[in-house]
Design a binder for this molecule. Sequence first.
Ligand SMILES: Nc1ncnc2c1ncn2[C@@H]1O[C@H](COP(=O)(O)OP(=O)(O)OP(=O)(O)O)[C@@H](O)[C@H]1O
Length: 260
Amino acid sequence: MPEAPPDDRAALHVENVDVTYGRALSALRSVSLTVPPGGVVALLGANGAGKTTLLRAVSGTLRLHRGAITAGSIRYGSTALDGRDPVRAVRAGVVQVPEGRRVFAALTVEENLRTGGLGLGRRRPAQVQEARDRVFTLFPRLAERPRQAAGLLSGGEQQMLAIGRALMAAPRLLLLDEPSLGLAPLMVDRIAEVVREINTQGTAVLLVEQNAGMALSLADHAHVLEVGETRLAGPAAELARTDAVRRLYLGESADGQEAA
Ligand SMILES: Nc1ncnc2c1ncn2[C@@H]1O[C@H](COP(=O)(O)OP(=O)(O)OP(=O)(O)O)[C@@H](O)[C@H]1O
């Protein structure tokens, strides 16, 4: 039976999910969240809170890291996601951009992009061309250097390429892990603009970010994880006004000033 095409109105539902690494290390406990179709949801939290783990559970890459979902469920539209099958997630329209801009350094920009649709099976050349045109329109800096080795790109350009490669799979839901990490402020602004543009074009986004200011400015809803559990959740604009988020994640002191 041919597979159903990805559903444009699908929502991601993570319900009471527990994740364990190896035999004992509990990384998430009873975490729930929803990303509505076309929505942007931010996931904040300190190092080790479990943000990347949640993205891995959704994208099906958890097993590659010796992790497993031990309770709860994840659904994207009508597709059940079990943390163990990245191809199933990609075919349903869910694609992750991993932390650390993992591009293939020895391959060119164009070759890296070509790896982006793998897992989707055979696609019409016109579909691939359309996806590539979209990436090059979004990232003119990549369009200017299609034959440059990815390892010679700047950090910001590599992040663009990592996002571009994910877009080659025409995702309905993009999972972004720390896209601003290690980038200069101007580049962070550019990445934020791009995320907004991708979302405006209809792709939902689940965004993990240490840069809480950026994440909250982009997101409709946000969740704060603390040591594997949800500490706060709600509309992004409301969370940005809470004392805890202002102090711990936006770098403000108790009197509302920016901390030195
Ligand atoms: N492959 C793994 N094997 C064992 N433990 C792991 C593995 N990956 C992550 N962990 C542990 O799971 C917990 C959650 O890690 P995770 O990377 O999800 O956090 P994070 O919020 O994304 O942190 P960061 O902001 O530092 O990336 C941590 O205690 C981490 O040490």
